[in-house]
Design a protein around this ligand. Structure first.
Ligand SMILES: [Zn+2]
Length: 195
């Protein structure tokens, strides 16, 4: 979605750059760009509100990766900055809604959540193209995002263990209601982003 948005804006901006400076046509194009921006932001916010509501209503504990603000500021790719801004907004919405709903939100370090085996802690290096996590130490094989989710949830529970009995991580994550949910925002860091 961010790529489509970026394409749309880039096209509008390309048209604008061809228009003569100070001309009525250029000004009209500027207004079109502003409207595209506005529509995109409104649609995105609407979606993020629904999404955050969905999770806050459905789960008693939400584990999130901490945002890497330094990278966000440094980042000059339009598509990626839109993605980062959306992620930031979504997590803010979740925290805001969670607070009034009495849902717990725990932020964990994002470091190595993709590489680390959620079952034994071994670092299993993988590029973004590798979609499966295969741990040769303990034999755990899972979708990379699923492994990351388990790892994020592990960290959240490890820092602040629940008051009650030990938690069964697997079934807890798989269930859809009233339990826990963890999250992984995955963005290519080394690969070029088309804008
Ligand atoms: Zn392992």
């Amino acid at each position: 979605m961010p790529e489509q948005v970026a394409e749309m804006l880039k096209k509008a901006q390309r048209i604008q750059s061809k228009r003569k400076k100070g001309s009525a046509n250029r000004n009209r194009q500027r207004i079109i760009i502003a409207r595209v921006h506005e529509r995109v932001v409104n649609q995105r916010d609407d979606f993020l509100h629904k999404l955050s509501r969905h999770y806050v209503n459905g789960y008693g504990l939400i584990a999130l990766e901490k945002l890497n603000i330094t990278n966000m500021v440094k980042n000059h790719h339009l598509a990626k900055s839109i993605m980062d801004a959306s992620w930031s907004k979504l997590t803010q919405m979740i925290e805001h809604k969670a607070e009034s709903a009495g849902v717990r939100v725990i932020r964990v370090s994002a470091r190595n959540t993709t590489q680390r085996c959620s079952q034994c802690g071994t670092i299993v290096p993988k590029s973004l193209a590798v979609r499966m996590h295969r741990c040769s130490t303990c034999g755990f094989i899972a979708d990379r995002d699923y492994n990351s989710m388990l790892e994020i949830l592990n960290r959240a529970l490890g820092r602040e263990p629940p008051e009650s009995t030990p938690v069964e991580i697997g079934p807890l994550l798989m269930s859809n209601h009233g339990q826990a949910r963890s999250w992984k925002q995955e963005v290519p860091s080394s690969e070029p982003v088309r804008v």
